[in-house]
Ligand binder design. Sequence first.
Ligand SMILES: Nc1ncnc2c1ncn2[C@@H]1O[C@H](COP(=O)(O)OP(=O)(O)OP(=O)(O)O)[C@@H](O)[C@H]1O
Ligand SMILES: [Mg+2]
Length: 227
Amino acid sequence: MNTVLAGYGLVKKYGSTTALAGVDVDVRERDSLAIMGPSGSGKSTLLHTLAGIIRPDGGQVLLRGERIDKLGENRLSALRRKRFGFVFQFGQLLPELPAEENVALPLMLEGTPRKEAVARARRWFAPLGLDGLEGRRPGQLSGGQAQRVAIARALAVEPDVVFADEPTGALDQRTSDEVVRLLTSVTRASGAALVMVTHDADVAAHCDRVLQVRDGRISGHSQFTVA
Ligand SMILES: Nc1ncnc2c1ncn2[C@@H]1O[C@H](COP(=O)(O)OP(=O)(O)OP(=O)(O)O)[C@@H](O)[C@H]1O
Ligand SMILES: [Mg+2]
């Protein structure tokens, strides 16, 4: 399978702390990769580095074979908006906007007219089990519903890669299971790859592969299904 996103020899230092000490990762088409490891081991730093949010001090990040870690800030942020989708633990939906407009927002930022953006946004509601909730504001949604709207928003631009940092961290076990099931299946069906940080082994088990990170290095790698 083709590699969509790769990191080679990634190093990131914060003063005397080495958050990444030389990490190699590759993410293939429709692949879902869970990143696990103890608190402070470098999981979020790795995710943010692959996503072009943090610039590494050493190594390279390649998206479909092209280096992105040296791009200028404007090109890099345009690339993040177009090619990547993001789901975080909480607080990512704008409280004053209905769900469908939250999902449409990344498309509007790309210049899609509002009406068309909302029409495209609505298509993600049924696959994510959100039918009928298009007009609700985030405050009128349950935690699991809000996370599913956040997933719809990440997928709306039809990104190459969806990045999720503890997407189920604020949910109970049952809701978490439902959300990760939809996150992995709808992302895979959309053709995007998924890179997800989680501390929950049950959540990680929904992914094709798990990377274990320890002290800024890959300490283990397992594959659940044959690619
Ligand atoms: N902006 C920063 N400034 C200084 N140190 C940082 C910064 N971001 C992360 N670090 C340090 O880098 C190391 C890795 O942090 P990171 O956030 O990647 O860990 P993590 O594995 O995501 O942890 P957690 O499970 O707690 O979210 C830690 O020692 C952390 O304190
Ligand atoms: Mg983290």
